[in-house]
Each structure stands twice: as C-alpha cells, then as structure tokens.
Design a protein around this ligand. Structure first.
Ligand SMILES: [Ca+2]
Ligand SMILES: [Ca+2]
Ligand SMILES: [Ca+2]
Length: 250
C-alpha cells in the first residue's frame, strides 16, 4: 500500500537579516564651522586628511545595533524548502510605534539600501518578508519573515560650543569648549591650527564616551600674528561638527 500525501508548499526561511552602513564614496566633506560670536568672518582652509585613528576605525566591524547614519544596507539570506523563487518586502518600525511601515516590496535582490534621513533619530527595527508567490498559485503561496534587533539611527551632528583660546605668558594656548551630541554620543575629537594637520585631542575626563564632554587642552606656542583654530568632534555614528575661533598672538 502506498501512502500518498498532497504535496504541501512550505514557507521560506530566513537564516539572517543584517544591517550595516551602505557602501559609500570617500568621506563626506566636513561642515564649514560658523565663526564664534564676535569673531571676524575669516574662512579657514579646511584640511582634508583623515586622521590615522579614523582610518583604522573605519575598518573595524560595525555593531549590528549601530549607531548608523545616512544610508544603511539591509541584507538577508533566505531559502525556500521547495526551492521556490522568492520576492521580498522590507518594513521598518520605530521602537515607540505599533505598525510596520513599508519601505519597498517586490524586491528580487537580497538587500535594500535605506536613506535614514527620511526618519527622525531614534531606535528602529527592520522586518523582511519573503514570499514564494512567484512559483506558487496565489492561494498556496507562503511567507516567511525575520525582524532585526533594535538599532540606533543618528543623523544629527555633534556640536562644539563656547570655543575659546587663552594665551599664556609663554605664548602657549589653553583651549576650552563644550561638546555635545544628543544621539549616539561623542566618539573622538581633533583640532587644527591655521588649516594644518589634524591633531587628536582628549576631553577633560580623558575619554570621548558620552553625550557631553568638556574640553580644556593645551596647544604649543605660536608665532605672533593672527591664527585660526578649528575643533571638530565626531559622534559614534560618524557625524561630525566643528567650531572655529580666530585669535591674535601679540
Ligand atoms: Ca515554498
Ligand atoms: Ca549625533
Ligand atoms: Ca568622557
């Protein structure tokens, strides 16, 4: 006796859904810092070399929880037990929202690039749905889905406020400022004199690791005359913000 079973369609299965920064061209230009109140509107030449610390950081694997800025690449791996062809739909949802919003459907590729400028900073999850509808009658098509952990989107650059230079008797400079970042928090800082090379700096407490950091650092003596000092900071999502001060060494 031969037992015969109606062959049933089985749903697609995800092995993973990944979030990472989308591949992008060379780093975006730094914003031009606005002159501090009371300063002349001189434009400093903007040095463009990345610092060594940044170059090595760019190669480090990113946390799947972010933070992320700009465009992220959502990619996944899904298979179908019946070897059916699959199409995908991608949804997002803010942590404080109830419904999933569709980013794109009818995708054949196993990735989607999402420009996160479309949403406010905050925590988000991504859900990808695979359907085997291309090779099944509508009534028998099945879906599988997978949802990511929450990850942080931070597109807001950090700020540098109250940048001030005090010139000591030996002509060395004492530089003070307050930096802050409301999203992912500060990650690194550096300064440049007269458009020269960037020198990395440490905050007062020794480590860029929070949403607010005080700066109070020394710069060696400079020649007499007018100089510019630019301080810039980056947040954990690699957004950067800067401030400039113009001063004269008598
Ligand atoms: Ca199937
Ligand atoms: Ca930020
Ligand atoms: Ca700190």
């Amino acid at each position: 006796m031969i037992l015969s079973y109606a062959q049933s369609n089985r749903r697609p299965v995800f092995s993973q859904v990944q979030i990472q920064s989308a591949p992008k061209p060379p780093r975006r230009p730094m914003p031009t810092p606005a002159p501090q109140p009371g300063q002349m509107g001189l434009q400093p030449p903007m040095p463009a070399q990345p610092t060594p610390s940044r170059a090595s950081k760019a190669q480090a694997p990113l946390s799947p929880r972010g933070p992320f800025a700009e465009t992220i690449r959502i990619s996944w791996q899904a298979t179908d037990p019946n070897k059916d062809d699959l199409v995908y739909a991608v949804y997002f949802r803010g942590e404080d929202e109830k419904t999933w919003k569709k980013l794109q459907d009818k995708l054949n590729a196993a990735y989607y690039d999402w420009d996160t400028h479309a949403v406010p900073d905050g925590l988000y999850r991504i859900r990808v749905v695979a359907s085997d509808a291309p090779t099944n009658p509508p009534a028998e098509a099945e879906e599988g889905e997978k949802t990511t952990e929450a990850f942080l989107v931070d597109n807001t650059p950090p700020t540098v406020a109250g940048l001030a230079v005090r010139i000591a008797k030996d002509k060395s400079l004492a530089v003070t400022a307050q930096c802050s970042d409301a999203g992912s928090g500060l990650a690194e800082g550096e300064y440049a004199i007269d458009g020269g090379e960037w020198t990395s700096l440490a905050p007062v407490d020794g480590l860029f690791d929070s949403q607010g950091e005080a700066l109070d650092f020394k710069v060696p003596a400079l020649e007499k005359g007018e100089h510019t000092l630019v301080v810039r900071v980056r947040d954990q999502a690699e957004n950067s913000g800067a401030a400039k001060v113009v001063f004269t060494v008598e």
